[in-house]
Design a protein around this ligand. Structure first.
Ligand code: SF4
Length: 635
């Protein structure tokens, strides 16, 4: 096994590069190394864990890191399966520094142990995003936006590879907003498949394009490393821990993502919607203020009776599923034709925006993806705009659109009304990309919302559910109705916090979030997909112990990385009235629906009842105390 990690530094302004080695033990993977490098350069980094190319399922994630333009702090975002081909470059991480003078594609290739071939090639970005190009076989670019650029990059550079290659690309959102994502897909016969994978959160696509001038990266090679491939040894680890072989344990651990007989569905979309019941979030979180009966009625009528039913019939019953590019028995990518369906984007750009029909959600998600947006953040923004329209705080012309949302649950037609709201969503996406009306999200919605308050006197941010970091940082929370998604953690928007739906006193919730951060880092720093977490968070330190003899050092380094991340925690107390409502209604539901009779819950409900502003402030700071006291040990 290699005892050093190789980081390739590419200067996008010149195409020059150098390789630097880091001892395994000083740094263990793409997160702690990315954190180290980000402390010294304003780079965007992407790399794999020590077990890339190994037989451990889910070990080929490509982990991106860097200072996020939207969150305004260090961020980590990862992409399924994209590390498998990256591993063939014979390096662990690439760090892009400097800025190409014009938008460009970074090409990286390595033949049989020779030097890595690097090229920074200019691209006519807008023409390619429009699909205005011809492929090497004379065909016209059939897709648009980020997809078109992905296709173009593969068409132009793919023939140069002796074996597999893969690419990732950004869309127009990376140019005009701070929350542009990065798209990739497994490649078959030289073309990107329809199984999208995304480094979605944190705006690292905006960073790559705006700060480095890199719009796409194509990579691949022929290096065969001494990866861990001894199944007998892996089985011994798993037998010792779980009395099961690796494949059996993994198959059991990934049931939810494949097919869960308990719910007769599979994947995050299927299982979450089958089980969410009265915790459903819809119409820009307005559902949190309804009665439980009203929420359940909505869930039964529009989700079980339509949205989920369509999904089950079209994607689950037909077994339309794929992997992210990994050999993985979870086959978590549930498909209908060209559409890949995960819970969070199909929730944020679904019920949160008043869309309960798969056709309408497909149109909206496809527009978001072609635009290259972080789909969850976009869903939060669109739902907020729609809510402002419905409340009369903004007019259609303010947002450059022609429609008003259909925002009433009573009599909601799942097909016609969803199509209407999706149409409005499409208009809003165009408005964001073309900066129509008052819209300009170049520096994020918080700054924009402050400007609207200054110019119009309306506090539109009070309708936007988000976490805030520093002066400008923002993040739409993960789509679960629980206070953990609004916790003051140093990185928000991914699962670096506790999002269980039980009530935890806020100090405990802060501690649980800190604990989750450490456990998630064990996997992210090893490049492991979190869908394998039921063994991954425990076994990755064991595996590093077994192969490198560094288990305790790995755990120690995770603790240090977590505390270093938290040392930059600039979380800002909730700015939006809607955040307070989100937390207070959660507490009430716990008491009234889940029949939680704990005195601590009762105390917080009484506090919110007496003085919501004071109670929320105390709740937030209690969480922060729990976080800081848990992550201070390594200072
Ligand atoms: S669970 Fe899904 S995303 Fe994770 S490795 Fe398997 S196929 Fe890829």
């Amino acid at each position: 096994m290699e005892t050093t990690q190789k980081a390739l530094f590419v200067d996008a302004s010149t195409g020059f590069y150098r390789i630097r080695r880091y001892k395994v033990g000083d740094y263990f993977g793409p997160v702690d190394l990315g954190l180290h490098i980000s402390g010294r350069t304003m780079s965007v980094n992407f790399g794999v864990g020590l077990f890339a190319g190994s037989i451990l399922p889910g070990s080929n994630r490509l982990i991106f890191s860097g200072f996020s333009p939207c969150w305004r702090n260090f961020f980590v975002s990862s992409m399924g399966g994209a590390g498998l081909v990256f591993n063939k470059l014979g390096i662990n991480l690439t760090s892009i520094v400097g800025k190409a003078p014009v938008p460009s594609i970074l090409y990286m290739n390595r033949f049989h142990g020779e030097e890595i071939e690097i090229e920074v090639a200019p691209v006519d970005l807008h023409a390619v995003w429009r699909g205005d190009w011809r492929g090497s076989d004379g065909s016209e670019g059939a897709r648009r936006g980020a997809y078109s650029l992905l296709d173009y990059a593969l068409d132009r550079f793919g023939p140069r590879y002796e074996s597999e290659c893969r690419a990732f690309a950004v869309g127009p959102a990376a140019e005009v907003t701070d929350f542009g994502a990065i798209l990739s897909a497994p490649v078959k016969d030289g073309r990107a498949t329809r199984v999208d994978t995304w480094a979605g959160r944190g705006g690292l696509g905006s960073k790559m394009l705006q700060e480095h001038g890199i719009a796409a990266v194509v990579y691949g090679g022929t290096v065969i490393e001494d990866d861990f491939r001894d199944r007998r040894v892996a089985d011994e680890w798993f037998e010792a821990k779980y009395k099961q072989k690796l494949a059996v344990k993994d198959f059991e651990a990934t049931t939810k993502y494949r097919f869960d007989p308990k719910f007769q569905t599979g994947g995050t979309l299927g299982v979450n919607y089958a089980s969410v019941g009265g915790r459903l979030i819809a119409f820009n979180y307005r559902s949190t203020t309804w009665t439980e009966e009203a929420r359940k009625e909505l869930h039964e009528r529009l989700i079980l009776g339509h949205y989920l039913r369509q999904f089950n019939e079209e994607s689950i019953a037909t077994k339309s599923q794929a992997t992210c590019g990994e050999p993985c028995s979870a086959v978590c990518k549930k498909l209908r034709g060209e559409f890949k369906k995960d819970y969070e984007p199909y929730q944020a750009l679904g019920p949160l925006c008043g869309v309960f029909d798969q056709r309408a959600a497909e149109r909206l998600n496809q527009a978001a993806d072609s635009g290259g947006f972080d789909a969850i953040s976009l869903g939060g923004v669109l739902a907020w705009f729609m809510d402002c329209l419905d409340a009369g705080e903004l007019k259609p012309e303010d947002l450059g659109v022609s429609l008003m949302p259909r925002w009433r649950a009573e009599g909601f037609d799942p097909v016609a009304d969803s199509a209407h709201n999706a149409e409005l969503g499409l208009e809003l996406i165009d408005s964001i990309l073309e900066r129509r009306g008052l819209i300009d999200l170049a520096e994020g919605p918080r700054k924009w919302g402050r400007r609207i308050k200054r110019d119009r006197g309306v506090r539109v941010l009070d309708r936007f559910v988000y976490t805030a970091n520093g002066r400008r940082g923002w993040m739409v929370p993960n789509q679960y109705w629980t206070p953990g998604v609004l916790a003051p953690m140093a990185i928000m928007g991914k699962y670096y916090m506790h999002y269980g739906t039980e009530f935890l006193p806020p100090r405990e919730l802060g501690r649980a979030s800190a604990d989750r951060l450490r456990k998630e880092l064990r996997m992210d720093n090893a490049g492991l997909c979190r869908f394998h977490r039921s063994w991954g968070e425990e076994m990755m330190p064991e595996a590093i112990g077994s192969v490198y003899g560094l288990k305790e050092e790995y755990l120690q380094s995770i603790g240090v990385a977590a505390s270093r991340i938290n040392s930059r925690n600039a979380a800002v107390y909730w700015e939006s009235a809607k955040n307070l409502e989100f937390v207070e209604t959660f507490l009430l539901r716990r008491r009234d629906v889940d029949k939680d009779e704990g005195p601590e819950l009762a105390r917080w409900i009484a506090a919110f009842d007496a003085d919501p502003a004071e109670a929320a402030l105390e709740f937030w700071f209690e969480m922060r105390k729990g976080i800081d006291e848990s992550l201070r040990d390594f200072y």
